[in-house]
Design a protein around this ligand. Structure first.
Ligand code: HEC
Length: 250
């Protein structure tokens, strides 16, 4: 499951999700490789419409979808989904034209067709998800969605954010960035625990999260990424903060 979250997560948080750019075939293969074995292994031939099993299956969606109203990630928030017209959540700016023009209203039947094969149901839509073959898994998931998307409050469903995401508002000293210098091809990042780490410029990613769960203004967050410890990401509260923070200094 962690693999699902991480594989999806890096796409979601790197701004490669949705928007005008089509998801690359490579990324779809990554998603399939990680997401499908999870879904299949979770399949058990038991009674249909089991919302508690559906909650487990929803983990394959949670990397891209929250159940908190207007908390959008790679995909739109699913709060209040049933009865909603596809592609119309006003706070989500990255719908594909195909989804917006589909005229579909979300209910058990349309969701079943969507989850079985998103692009088969709505050609040219852009949800990077291959689909779920097993009807029993789809019906459990839909039973869960029906309950969880109607609850319409932040306490329903999994916590907002990626599974395993750190709390960007209450950073550990080692994650809290105090300063960043750049010279000649190296970013040196000093954190609140007094450590300074150097990164080759192509190994450091700058990201933003302007949502309520993003970092505080002036307090960007450093997170390691990659096995070797040579790569990392820094999440800022806004794009303006990035160049203001980085000082060219040898
Ligand atoms: C890798 C990210 C990703 C995953 C995983 C994912 N989705 Fe999506 N989803 C999206 C994106 C992006 C869109 C918008 C697609 C478009 O505009 O064509 C979307 C759209 C939707 C919509 C339409 C919402 C609307 O407002 O019209 C539904 C419903 C949905 N997803 C349900 C699910 C469910 C259930 C799962 C899990 C089985 C799931 N998605 C998995 C990214 C994802």
């Amino acid at each position: 499951m962690r693999l699902v979250a991480n594989a999806v997560c890096s796409g979601a948080r790197n701004g490669q999700g949705g928007g005008r750019t089509k998801w690359s075939a490579a990324r779809q293969i990554v998603l399939l490789t990680f997401a499908l074995p999870f879904l299949l292994s979770a399949a058990k031939p038991e009674a249909a419409n089991d919302a508690s099993k559906g909650e487990q299956y929803f983990r394959a969606c949670a990397a891209c979808h929250s159940l908190t109203p207007d908390h959008n990630m790679t995909g739109p928030s699913l709060a209040g989904l049933f009865g909603r017209k596809a592609g119309t959540l006003a706070s989500f700016p990255r719908y594909s034209p195909a989804l917006q023009a589909s005229g579909v209203i979300w209910n058990e039947q349309t969701l079943d067709a969507w989850l079985a094969g998103p692009t088969r149901f709505i050609p040219d839509s852009r949800m990077p998800f291959e689909g779920i073959e097993q009807p029993a898994i789809r019906s459990d998931l839909i039973a869960y969605l029906k309950k969880a998307t109607a609850a319409n409050d932040a306490t329903s469903g999994p916590r907002v954010g990626m599974p395993g995401d750190p709390d960007l508002k209450n950073l550990q000293a080692e994650n809290k960035v105090l300063s960043i210098t750049y010279c000649p091809d190296t970013y040196r990042v000093t954190t609140a625990d007094g450590q300074t780490q150097g990164f080759w410029e192509r190994n450091l990613r700058f990201k933003t999260d302007s949502s309520p769960i993003g970092p505080d203004k002036g307090a960007p967050a450093l997170f390691g990424a990659g096995m070797q410890g040579d790569r990392a990401s820094i999440i800022f509260s806004s794009p303006e903060e990035i160049s203001a923070f980085v000082k060219r200094q040898c």
